[in-house]
Ligand binder design. Structure first.
Ligand SMILES: [Zn+2]
Length: 171
């Protein structure tokens, strides 16, 4: 994916560019290409970037340590401040509730926006913190169930041998 030269965006219709994504993202090990749409709008002193995309990543289950495939979906947006210094809140779009944290990123107004890096960050943020392969994970649950079964089996075994002893005794 090519970097977007920020001043060039000002000449685009509605100061907006829409990019369809069908790429592998460097640094991100995905099973399928990342597919979706990225929209970048130049708002004067900020960029309004939004993305809807999905891919499949191979993760390692925390419980059973097996690989499993996970569908990663993102639908997110961010405002990127285009000048050094504090954001000029007066000139931000009124229709959106803008959080100061949202404006933590800074780019030079005469620089480039790197879609690939930005999408990589959004996908990384969307990775599950707790990675479990699924409801039927054979990890921790099976170990617990296995122990229980063995205990029951032992009890039945001693009961059976007790019965056997009593039978022998009665005879
Ligand atoms: Zn598992």
């Amino acid at each position: 994916m090519e970097a977007i030269y920020i001043p060039k965006l000002l000449k685009a219709p509605d100061q907006t560019t829409e990019i369809s994504i069908n790429n592998s993202i460097s640094g991100l090990d995905t099973l399928t290409p990342v597919k979706g749409t990225l929209i970048v709008r130049h708002g004067g002193n900020f960029l309004d970037v939004s993305v809807e995309a999905e891919t499949i990543v191979t993760l390692i289950c925390d419980r059973c340590v097996q690989n499993y495939n996970h569908r990663l979906k993102i639908a997110t947006s961010e405002l990127i401040w285009l000048e050094a210094g504090n954001p000029d809140l007066e000139n931000l779009p009124l229709e959106r509730e803008v959080l100061l944290e949202e404006l933590s990123e800074n780019l030079s107004p005469t620089g480039y926006f790197e879609p690939q890096t930005w999408i990589y960050e959004q996908l990384s943020l969307a990775m599950p913190i707790r990675q479990v392969c699924g409801e039927s994970c054979v990890g921790a649950t099976q170990v617990a169930a296995g122990e229980e079964t063995t205990q029951v089996d032992n009890r039945w075994a001693s009961l059976a041998s007790l019965k056997e002893q009593l039978k022998n005794h009665n005879n």
